[in-house]
Design a protein around this ligand. Structure first.
Ligand code: GLU
Length: 436
């Protein structure tokens, strides 16, 4: 049974690189029917915060990366916070001591005696990476204050938690020989490593916290991305599944996942492409699911949703116009309030021709007489009103759009009129005519 883990250090937001590392671990566990473990590497009391740990869990949950063992999930190998595992580390240090592999300095620091033999990492992604016998000084594993260093606790926990594979960022590759030296000193077999190339900015520089698209909560959750779209996009940063097309479900990605196909070169982040994925996923949602996704953004923009059925139809009517859920409120606000403002050029266009008012009045008269309020009957009434004044429907349509929404772009006029209802349609035309 495969066992893999995501082992974040909670120093800040969940970074897109960390999210992708978690994702590849998750895909591998799900593909192989194994176990995905979340372990919080919080031994650095000065830099780690509970808030950051919670933020990371939140980001992982949002992406749909559920863990089988770890915080909140429990499991046989806990606790899953390294800050609570000191007794285990003490016991492992005693093992190294018994094997004659550590010594204590005058200041109390405990050092691990490197084997000083050549060490080769057999990496699933990077191939065999050979390290010559080291000339570095022996590695401190326990500081004078009794706290343990990252390399030691990382290895102890990978042994204790019975990890079979380790997928992690390529930035750890250069230290992996130290880890293997420790595994050997404990008399255990190291896990199989897969070091994943980094995610770079579009210009090839290293992505940092402040760069576009770097933080999961700030750049995606709050910006109106759908988890499925981000999941799909991140998978393709550094991996090309062997199949047609790029829009792939979680299930398809899981079935296709093969760590041997992970690229051995850094990936470049492309926000436009990520948005393109989001647009594709957004368009495939049902009206109800789309409303569920954008409700918080509509409410945050100050619009009250009173009728869910109408609101779902309203947001659905603009889905082709947007890439992000956050763009939706600006496209649908007039469905939720009748005191919308008119775009400037809309007013100018309305006033530009004296016959415009007559056209709107004819449409209002037609709408008033409709017994049945459907998109089809509304469409017919618009065509009849235009004909009665020897105008083309194409001349009346934009005027009605301005009147009903205050905007020059949007879904079909008959769709708008149908959704806001007959009464509101008539009131809006009246309100607009009064502007002239
Ligand atoms: N805590 C380490 C990090 O955040 C984990 C390294 C590993 O996965 O082994 O980079």
């Amino acid at each position: 049974m495969t066992r893999v883990r995501f082992a974040p250090s909670p120093t800040g937001d969940l970074h897109v690189g960390g999210a992708r590392t978690a994702l590849f671990n998750w895909l591998f566990a799900r593909k192989t029917g194994g176990t995905f473990i979340l372990r919080v590497e919080d031994t650095d009391g000065a830099r780690n915060t509970e808030e950051a740990a919670q933020g990371i869990l939140k980001g992982l949950r949002w992406l749909g990366l559920d863990w089988d063992e770890g915080p909140d999930a429990g499991g046989d190998y806990g606790p899953y916070f390294q800050s609570q595992r000191k007794a285990i580390y003490d016991a492992y240090l005693a093992k190294l001591d018994a094997a004659g592999r550590v010594y204590t300095e005058e200041n109390g620091a405990v050092r691990f005696k490197f084997s000083r033999t050549p060490i080769t990492v057999h990496d699933l992604v990077c191939g065999d990476v050979a390290f010559a016998a080291t000339e570095e000084p022996d590695m401190t594993v326990r500081r004078p204050d009794g706290s343990y260093i990252f390399h030691f606790v990382n290895v102890v926990d990978d042994i204790e938690m019975k990890m079979t594979h380790v997928f992690r960022g390529e930035d750890h590759l250069s230290n992996t020989w130290k880890h293997i030296d420790l595994f050997n000193a404990f008399g255990t077999t190291p896990p199989t490593y897969a070091h994943i190339p980094l995610i770079l900015n579009p210009d090839g520089t290293k992505m940092s916290k402040r760069d576009e698209g770097s933080a999961v909560e700030k750049s995606y959750m709050n910006e109106g991305f759908l988890p499925d779209a981000v999941f799909n996009y991140l998978c393709l940063l550094g991996w090309t599944p062997r199949t047609e097309g790029e829009k792939l479900s979680r299930e398809a990605l899981t079935n296709l996942f093969d760590p041997a196909e992970i690229h051995n070169a850094n990936a470049r982040f492309d926000m436009d492409k990520c948005k393109w994925f989001n647009a594709q996923y957004l368009r495939a949602l049902s009206p109800e699911a789309l409303l569920a996704g954008c409700r918080r953004f509509i409410e945050a923009a100050g619009y009250e949703i009173k009728d869910d059925v109408m609101a779902a139809a309203a947001v659905f009517s603009v889905k082709e116009k947007v890439s992000l859920l956050t763009e939706i409120p600006a496209w649908v606000h007039y469905f939720f309030r009748s005191d919308y403002t008119y775009e400037n050029d809309v007013l100018l266009k309305l006033k530009a021709k004296p016959e415009n008012a007559g056209l709107l009045e004819a449409a209002a008269a037609g709408f008033l007489s409709l017994a049945e309020w459907t998109e089809a009957s509304i469409q017919l009434a618009i065509e009849d009103a235009a004909k009665s004044l020897a105008a083309k429907p194409g001349a009346l349509m934009p005027l009605l759009r301005y009147a009903l929404s205050g905007q020059s772009r949007g879904p079909g006029v008959n769709t708008i009129a149908h959704l806001i209802g007959q009464e509101s349609t008539l009131q809006r035309i009246e309100r607009t005519l009064a502007l002239n």
